[in-house]
Design a protein around this ligand. Structure first.
Ligand code: RNT
Ligand code: ZN
Length: 413
């Protein structure tokens, strides 16, 4: 008897329908971020990264242009099971007939190649305006800048991006999620914390006042505790955006690296979901700070997936990935993180949750803890292999494909 059928018997004895779990995990979309492939560089120019986010490492093989990046994405997508979306940033715009790209004047024409890619691969796009790595963001303030001309520029950028996103949504027949993250914040203690927050609020109001059909685009806003160079006061804090979203019916975006290291977003999901229809996650891994390490299958990743599955948030919580590591093979980094997310979703879908609930509901917390521990030993490995096969992607052999791609493609760059 195969390892899989032995394992299936064990799960079945605990009341788990393995086929249903495979189907369920495979249907949950995960939006894979394009920016792991080129260190959040984009194709505008070589402004370098700022905004308090940083990529470290100089492993050879970075995608140098859109064609290379799309090839790399194809490779990654072929290694990741489940339903995939592609998350792109405004800095991944491509020039039309060699004309200069201005962020406040971007149109869908700048993303034609991405839309063609999306159609050819049947992968829906998500979008992000880029409020960093730009001379107009040079003093660390964009939508909350005290200078009205600077604010205007970024408001125009936000509006342009929502229009582009709506075009994506229409073309792909699936709502595009547009996520707003702005780095604005003070390095040192400000005297007036309210004024910049008021300006951020009013700028967002202006951006969202432009009507965009919710069928095609939904907006999310991402809070942050602090950034490098903005340690003392981040304008778009958690309270700021929670308040903003509840009042204005926008999606909260919770990034796993954007809270105090003792806080976890898995614990925040159910609270937000009691007050909001939908939620966006940026699944990341902060090591001591918002370092955007490659996502790995740690307790928090399991917990995030469990929250989604146990509460049936499959369609209401949107999963986006957000990490970038340039110190190892980027295709490997990308795939490790995305496959880890899939492992967590599959493990959660295979959880004998009913038994855990029964223990909890009867007040038998000893059994709850015992079962939680015992279930860690369930034979997951054959399940994962079978799931990869079910999704027609490589199981244990995936890394060999990355090495081949490195030899034939990346090492030639
Ligand atoms: C930064 C935010 C933001 C970015 C991406 C590139 O701290 O997490 O989401 O990482 O938009
Ligand atoms: Zn993020």
């Amino acid at each position: 008897m195969s390892m899989f059928s032995e394992a299936e018997k064990i799960y079945r004895a605990l009341g788990v329908d393995v086929d249903a779990a495979f189907r369920r995990a495979a249907e949950i979309p995960v939006s894979i971020h394009c920016w792991q492939g080129d260190d959040v560089n984009g194709f505008e120019n070589d402004n370098g990264l700022d905004g308090g986010i940083a990529v470290t490492g100089n492993y050879p093989g970075r995608a140098r242009n859109a064609a290379e990046l799309r090839n790399d994405i194809d490779k990654v997508m072929s290694l990741v099971p489940g339903t995939k979306r592609l998350n792109i940033h405004a800095i991944y715009a491509e020039a039309v007939n060699g004309s200069k790209i201005e962020r406040n004047a971007l149109t869908v024409d700048n993303f034609k190649n991405w839309m063609d890619w999306s159609k050819a691969n049947n992968v829906a796009l998500d979008f992000n305006p880029t409020f960093f790595a730009h001379p107009m963001a040079g003093d660390g303030f964009t939508l909350s800048n005290a200078d009205a001309a600077v604010r205007k520029y970024w408001i125009e950028h936000g509006i342009a991006c929502r229009k582009i996103a709506a075009e994506f949504g229409k073309a792909q027949g699936s709502t595009c999620i547009t996520n707003f993250w702005a780095p604005d914040g003070f390095k040192d203690t400000p005297v007036d914390r309210e004024a910049p927050r008021r300006r951020l609020m009013e700028s967002l109001d202006e951006i969202f006042a432009v009507p965009v059909d919710e069928k095609y685009n939904k907006d999310a806003v991402e809070c942050k505790l602090f950034g490098i160079g903005a340690e003392s006061c981040t304008i778009g804090s958690h309270e700021f955006y929670m308040g903003y979203c509840m009042k204005n019916n926008k999606l909260v975006c919770l990034d796993a690296g954007h809270f105090h290291p003792t806080e976890v977003i898995s614990d925040k999901i159910s609270s937000v979901m009691l007050f909001a229809d939908e939620l966006l996650l940026h699944v990341s891994r902060g090591v001591r700070w918002d370092s955007d390490h490659v996502v790995t299958l740690n307790d928090e990743l399991y917990a995030i997936a469990q929250e989604i599955i146990r509460n049936n948030y499959d369609k209401r919580v949107h999963i986006g990935l957000d990490y970038f590591d340039a110190s190892i093979n980027r295709i490997a980094a990308w795939s490790i993180g995305a496959r880890a997310m899939q492992k967590a979703l599959l493990a959660a879908a295979l959880e004998p949750t009913q038994l855990l609930r029964e223990a909890e509901e009867s007040g038998d917390y000893s059994s709850r803890l015992a079962l939680l521990e015992d279930f860690k030993n369930l034979p997951f490995a054959p399940m994962w292999e079978a799931y990869c096969e079910y999704c027609r992607v490589p199981g244990a052999g995936w890394l060999k494909q990355v090495k081949e791609y490195e030899n034939t493609v990346l090492s030639k760059r």
